[in-house]
Design a protein around this ligand. Structure first.
Ligand SMILES: NC(=O)c1ccc[n+]([C@@H]2O[C@H](COP(=O)([O-])OP(=O)(O)OC[C@H]3O[C@@H](n4cnc5c(N)ncnc54)[C@H](O)[C@@H]3O)[C@@H](O)[C@H]2O)c1
Length: 312
């Protein structure tokens, strides 16, 4: 019999594509998408959907019991830029949603769980280049503080209660199916839309802001791969560093100009510059490579080709 999977926060940038990928693999009926709001038409038509508030333990428990869920992917969160505007709401959502699924696993109501962390766990005092798995972690954003706390709790629940929780620190994610939801790396998606629509883009980060990034197909593959790896191979139960490429706004603009020569970029940094400046410029993901065979497939050139081809 196929196992049943629940995705919480399924209508967002990652959740939408993760839902399609898991449905393809496990069958539409076995993957329950849920969110506090409805998603796009393609997602809604592709299989079972529940309106579900990630901060409501009883509501999640009811869905888990009803569908006999074995695995949960928790994608609901408030992202870095929005969280700076609503700190308490961000803390409440990001922490309580995680406690809800950790406690369901502790109570043995689900057997496995995925929760994403972020490069935002690092802070201004972290060495910026090839940032190691274990290094200084003093995040200076509300979002980063919530992710770092989340990592500590995941490891604690694994050590104390044997909860099978798995996590990666996603870099900024680039996708064409769904728009990003209020992060600091959103520029790297907006720029492709504007390049095609207006042939120009005003970037909210400075031209030399180098950040770790990844194409969505790689992120989805990493997520499914870490969940399918035998438990004994998952040595890190806080969260794994994960990397694919690093670029700055000027480099992504140049890669777009290879395809749209008249494209122009200008720069008008806003409050997100300070967030970006507190993050690493590149990530060392040796542990993910060693423990569960991680290898990215998309560099900047391939990402640009995919984005422009699909958004056209
Ligand atoms: N996208 C990135 O670049 C990136 C990078 C690093 C980490 N992450 C992490 O990955 C996860 C998913 O990110 P995303 O980019 O898909 O975010 P998103 O903002 O696009 O999607 C989040 C989804 O959660 C839903 N949601 C909000 N409050 C909810 C609630 N109370 N109950 C249920 N659903 C609720 C939203 O409606 C939305 O559909 C988050 O934990 C995020 O921190 C994302």
């Amino acid at each position: 019999m196929q196992k049943s999977i629940l995705i919480i926060g399924a209508c967002g940038q990652i959740g939408t594509e993760l839902t399609f990928a898991l449905r393809e693999k496990h069958g539409n009926e076995n993957v329950i998408a849920s969110d506090i709001r409805e998603g796009n038409a393609e997602l809604m038509a592709s299989g079972p959907f529940e309106i579900l508030d990630a901060t409501n333990y009883e509501a999640i428990e009811n869905v888990v019991m009803h569908y006999e869920i074995e695995e949960v992917y928790l994608m609901a969160a408030m992202l870095s830029a929005t969280a700076e505007k609503f700190p308490m709401r961000a803390w409440n959502l990001n922490m309580n949603s995680l406690f809800n699924v950790l406690n369901l696993a502790k109570e043995k109501k689900i057997s496995k769980l995925f929760w994403p962390s972020s490069i935002a766990v690092f802070g201004p005092n972290t060495p910026k280049e090839h940032t190691e798995q274990n290094t200084i972690m003093e995040p200076s954003t509300v979002y980063g503080i919530s992710k770092q706390s989340g990592e500590r709790w995941c490891e604690y629940y694994f050590n104390k209660f044997g909860v099978d929780v798995r996590s990666v620190r996603y870099p900024g994610l680039i996708s064409w199916k769904t728009l990003p939801g209020g992060g600091t790396t959103d520029y790297a998606v907006e720029i492709y839309h504007k390049a095609l629509e207006e042939k120009k883009y005003s970037c909210f980060l400075k031209e030399d802001t180098l950040l770790p990034m990844m194409f969505m197909d790689d992120a989805i593959r990493a997520t499914i791969d870490i969940m399918e790896t035998p438990a004994e191979k998952i040595k890190i139960r806080s969260s794994y560093n994960l990397a694919a490429m690093s670029f700055n706004p000027s480099e992504i603009a140049k890669s777009i100009q290879q395809h749209i020569p008249e494209f122009k970029i200008s720069y008008a940094p806003d409050f997100r510059q300070q967030i970006a400046d507190s993050w690493p410029s590149s990530i060392n993901d040796n542990k993910a490579q060693e423990d569960w065979g991680w290898k990215p497939a998309f560099n900047l050139e391939k990402t640009t080709q995919e984005m422009l081809k699909n958004l056209k």
